[in-house]
Design a protein around this ligand. Sequence first.
Ligand SMILES: Nc1ncnc2c1ncn2[C@@H]1O[C@H](COP(=O)(O)OP(=O)(O)OP(=O)(O)O)[C@@H](O)[C@H]1O
Length: 639
Amino acid sequence: MDKEHEVLLNGFVIAKKRYRVYYNAGILVWEEEAAKKAKVAVPITDILSVVLSNRANPTTNGRKRWLECTNSPKAASSSSTSSSSSRSAKATSDGGPHDSSLDSDRIPVLSSSLSSTTTTNTLATSSHSNRDSSDELSNSDVRREGDFYGDGSKTIVGKYLIIHYAALVCPKTSRWRVKNVVLHNAEQRIVNHWYTRLTDDLRDQKRPKNLLLFLNPYGGKKNALALYERFAKPLFRLADVDVNLIITQRAQQIYDIVTSKGITLGCYDGLVCCGGDGTFAELFNGLVARTMADLGLDVKHPPYLPKPNIPIGVIPAGSTDTVAYCLNGTTDIKTSIIHIILGQHSGLDIAAVYDATSVKQPENQPGVRPRPQLLKLYASVLSYGYLGDIAYDSEKYRWMGPKRYDYSGFKKFLRNRGYNGEIIVNIDRDGKHDPNDGVRCVEKCSRCHRAIFGLRDSTFTGGGSSSDGDENSAEQQIVISGKFLMVNGANISCSCQRSPQGFSPFCHLGDGQLDLVVVRHTSLFNNLRLLLTMTSKSKKISDLPFVEIYRTKEFRFTTPYVGNSGAGERSRLSRWNCDGEVLVETNIIVESNCQLVNVFRRGIIPDRAADTMLQTMTTPSTAALPNDDKGSSCFGLCK
Ligand SMILES: Nc1ncnc2c1ncn2[C@@H]1O[C@H](COP(=O)(O)OP(=O)(O)OP(=O)(O)O)[C@@H](O)[C@H]1O
């Protein structure tokens, strides 16, 4: 019988109770024999690893020593520039630590400039493999979360089958955790059969097995390395994911490494960064630039933006982590790592910012429209005025950590400056793209699905000329001018922990549209209303009378001043805050690129669907389940 139609059905002991366990069509189910209704179902797509063991409760022998080394990020970071061993040593016979486990996944890079030769050589030789080292799990997680542990053995001996799987433990906070179930059967043959079948099916899952991971130790609370060591490393080991880790030593280094022709990206199943929005922006800016260069396109004045064929991911360790929040519905680090490991990915729109004042005719192509200069790509928001001023000012206070935004924000709030400008935006005539339609971007979003398959002409129109004078066009061009507190081009909803609804709660991740959020200059009192609304869990800023939202594919912004005729003129201009970084060019064109990059993510499961999912996974209640499965419903209180 072929594997797909074969049903495995056996009795196993789980936590001293007898269970009927079956596996069919990629779903593993266990139900207690005495209380048939208590059933747990886990799809193979959510299983991280299957381990054979001789013991039901593997001791933590040896792992403590591993923890002692890895919990010292200082020691670790000081070694990041030194040469690392080419491959981690095999586990010692007592299941203890690897001699070089601490540094074996680091790739040394030069701090001042990128030496492509050095990096290439190192990349080629220092791949750290987890496939022979899954015993090195951090038991810190066992103590803290009680949701998983590992076992030292991977040989085909043992009557315990330890299955680690991912589960949504809190729909309200979208948090996922790794749980485990230990199946025991006295017959070695049965256990072996289950082990072989499950590991076979796991191998068939298209998961990233080899990642290039950039870690920014400087962003957020400067604890990215400690977070990586504590949460990411044990989970990657558990799931046998090889990681090449590069700890950045300066801004723009990720961009430089990714765009360096000396590095072969094709040998990786994904590029991941551990940091904030700025770090993620460096990663996809570099990757798209690299793709352009590989295709021989003009990187400064590209005729179009090509789609990279390697998925990317972000492990949140920055100050606001808006992108991670919008991708996963949480900035919980374990959730992001789990989704990267499970390998599901989908398209994310990326907006491109062009300098409207620098346009170039493509060489040897006289008939082709002149191209503006590409300044930057962004994934969350581009913001002129209030938030641009904060980005510029807060950089001086980075030593304060995330609190710098409060400090600079308060200063700029009291100043209440307004900036003159003119926006030209194309919106659709028939109102199909309504930014206030109440439809959120959730798992299997049909709007994003339609956008990628319904892609028509995605060529750049250079600020809305597609509808000029065309009566039958589906789009109409409107001009918005005046004094603004801020002008924002939101690529995603921009919700984050501080602002649960974000700029535009119904903005989608992959529909090829931007939400232009215009906030008029008004009184200090109204600004206070705006800030309170931004931090509210239920109110939307579009309800305020001085806020307008337009859904569009592109817009153009111009100021009445050029900014290069002296300090007086410059002082009347703000800057753009582009994913947290400062852009000084004020006259720009912004264009959305439908699902330009693929990102590791699962999609946010809507509350009601998640509740149903939890009910089907654990019926009738979690009370009858083994210990590890209790606590599946935390009513939004989980940490
Ligand atoms: N080793 C480093 N030293 C100095 N700057 C760095 C280093 N590595 C990366 N950077 C830069 O640090 C900047 C800030 O990083 P990041 O955006 O990740 O953190 P953040 O600003 O605290 O978080 P968020 O953007 O989520 O608010 C990025 O622009 C990145 O280029």
